[in-house]
Write a protein that binds this ligand. Structure first.
Ligand code: 9YT
Length: 172
């Protein structure tokens, strides 16, 4: 089944399908369709689409941290419900780290809510693959979200430092 999967850079045409994927996946904060359009267009170099027979089954968004150019902030990783547990999340991360821009990064940051075990395990695996330490900091506490929105805290995970060239051999 996995051999039918293709990993590629998004284009603006993917924005709507990505929005639909995140909506259906139901595990992440659903942003506006416009936001996904911007990510797929302006941030394409740091976003990844997983596609199976023309269908968008996975999406990873990230951007270089405006606070530290050695850090890549991974915003969202979503995989369609019927495609989970096949390593697609890790493969999207690998695809991203193998792009030419990889050499600029020595840290990966991401926020993951406490009950998103799948996503936490994925990033633990990534830190192993990169042979890099991983630590948690407070990130965004639930009090930073609108009262009444009942948003969980988003602790920040920091992976690194890692050797940029190591990522090239990060086979999965
Ligand atoms: C790695 C990941 O998918 N984090 C999710 C952050 C946040 N809850 C969101 O944007 O959905």
């Amino acid at each position: 089944m996995n051999d039918k999967l293709k990993y590629r850079t998004p284009t603006a045409e993917d924005g709507t399908r990505v929005w639909e994927l995140i909506k259906a996946a139901g595990t992440l904060d659903l942003n506006s369709a416009y936001c996904y359009l911007m990510l797929c267009d302006y941030f394409r170099d740091t976003c990844v689409i997983a596609e199976r027979e023309g269908e968008v089954v996975g999406f990873l968004s990230s951007f270089p941290s405006p606070l530290d150019k050695r850090t890549l902030f991974v915003w969202q990783i979503a995989v369609a419900q019927d495609c989970r547990k096949q390593g697609i999340g890790l493969r999207m991360l690998t695809e991203l780290m193998n792009r030419d821009s990889r050499s600029t990064y020595a840290f990966i940051e991401t926020t993951i809510s406490p009950d998103n075990t799948g996503s936490r395990n994925l990033f633990y695996k990534l830190s192993e693959k990169l042979n890099a330490p991983c630590k948690w900091t407070e990130g965004y506490s639930s009090t930073l979200f609108p009262a009444g929105a009942a948003h969980e805290a988003e602790p920040l995970m920091i992976i690194g430092p890692f050797q940029p060239q190591l990522t090239k051999t990060m086979g999965v």
